[in-house]
Ligand binder design. Structure first.
Ligand code: F6P
Length: 361
């Protein structure tokens, strides 16, 4: 293995730079490789100056930095790229151009740091003989085959701190405070932060809720003398018989943008007589310095991805299982996205603590 490149795709997550650093250091120190960075996801292969050399100096000081020094794009699907032709927007497949660029660079391995979408693209490129290894990234923690993705722990810490802060003001004003959290179709951030922050209600996509049950919980608390409530609401949560709420529709390039369920819950609760406020934590969950856990996990993932590349284990993804770093095929990892087990130990624990999921009769 002589020449290796690394790219970061999809929404960013704290720990990306720690992976890049581990990749560069391991590839240079252990395998004496030349390392390249691809700028702005797969797009970098199509751009003039989209590939930059990465040496030890290039990764100095980036371990605690959030974001990605390589830039990212979550609409850069080379199999469906939107371009203007004769004044009209059309979708075209530019995967062959990317493959050409990879061949020209004489890459022995491409390490792709991404979530579900980016890794699906990686798997498709592998079918065209591109030697790719994936590193699972996302604050949502929704990738199958691995116990945890890097970025999740940091997001969780930020979400938990937000709940702590909402608690004090909720208590002062006897209000219902609704916190809308990210996670797409997986409720891990809301569930883990909700339990860690002591929320009274947790609404997640995996457990459809009833508005009346949410209000009933708030009312019970008031009757017992707790005049405030904290509601941790996952952006993908949906009422029984209703659908998810989106702030922007999707198309062939953009996935639909979730948002608004927190406001809907707060409005309902307020109509029932409980003063409410909404906080949408949004991208604060993705920005800033990674936690020590994420730096540790990201570093192990990066180093393991280089070792896997050296052994020729392509079309695979590194993963954490039983506390050990291992790897599995993209096919296996991507065929079963991870979701909260509605009947699992975590939900059971929360219910035992008196937390409502809004599904009680
Ligand atoms: O997948 C990560 C994530 O932060 C989701 O939790 C969220 O729904 C989405 O990305 C937001 O994407 P964007 O940065 O494009 O608004």
């Amino acid at each position: 293995m002589k020449r290796v490149a690394v790219l970061t795709g999809g929404g960013d997550a704290p720990g990306l730079n720690a992976v890049i650093r581990a990749v560069v250091k391991t590839a240079i120190n252990v395998y004496d490789c030349e390392v390249f960075g691809v700028l702005d996801g797969y797009d970098g292969f199509l751009k003039k100056d989209g590939i930059v050399p990465l040496d030890l100096r290039a990764v100095r000081g980036i371990l605690p930095r959030g974001g990605t020094i390589l830039g990212s794009a979550n609409r850069g699907n080379p199999f469906a790229r939107k371009v203007k032709r004769k004044g009209k927007e059309v979708t075209i497949d530019v995967s062959d151009e990317i493959i050409k660029s990879i061949k020209k660079l004489k890459l022995d391995a491409l390490l792709v740091l991404g979530g579900d979408g980016t890794l699906h693209i990686a798997h498709e490129l592998c079918q065209k003989d591109v030697p790719i290894i994936g590193v699972p990234k996302t604050i949502d923690n929704d990738i199958g085959g691995t116990e945890v993705t890097f970025g999740f722990d940091t997001a969780l810490n930020i979400a938990t701190e937000a709940i702590d802060r909402l608690h004090t003001t909720a208590e002062s004003h006897h209000r219902v405070m609704v916190l809308e959290l990210m996670g797409r179709d997986a409720g891990f951030i809301a569930l883990h932060a909700g339990v860690s922050g002591g929320a009274d209600v947790i609404l997640i996509p995996e457990i459809p809720f009833k508005f009346e049950a949410v209000t009933a919980k708030v009312r019970r608390r008031v009757e017992r003398g707790s005049l405030f409530s904290i509601l941790a609401v996952s952006e993908g949560a949906q009422p029984v018989g209703g659908g998810q709420i989106f702030s922007r529709k999707g198309d062939e390039i953009y996935v639909p943008r979730l948002g608004g369920i927190g406001q809907a819950v707060a409005e309902y609760v307020e109509r029932e007589g409980f003063e409410s406020r909404v906080t949408v934590l949004g991208h604060l969950q993705r920005g800033g310095t990674p936690s020590a856990f994420d730096r540790w996990l990201a570093t192990r993932y990066g180093a393991a991805a280089v070792r896997l590349a050296a052994s020729g284990g392509f079309d695979r993804m590194v993963a954490l299982r039983g506390g050990e770093i291992t790897d599995l095929s993209f096919e296996e990892a991507l065929s079963h996205p991870k979701r909260v087990d509605a009947h699992g130990e975590a939900v059971l624990t929360a219910r035992g603590l008196g937390i409502s999921f809004g599904d009680e009769d």
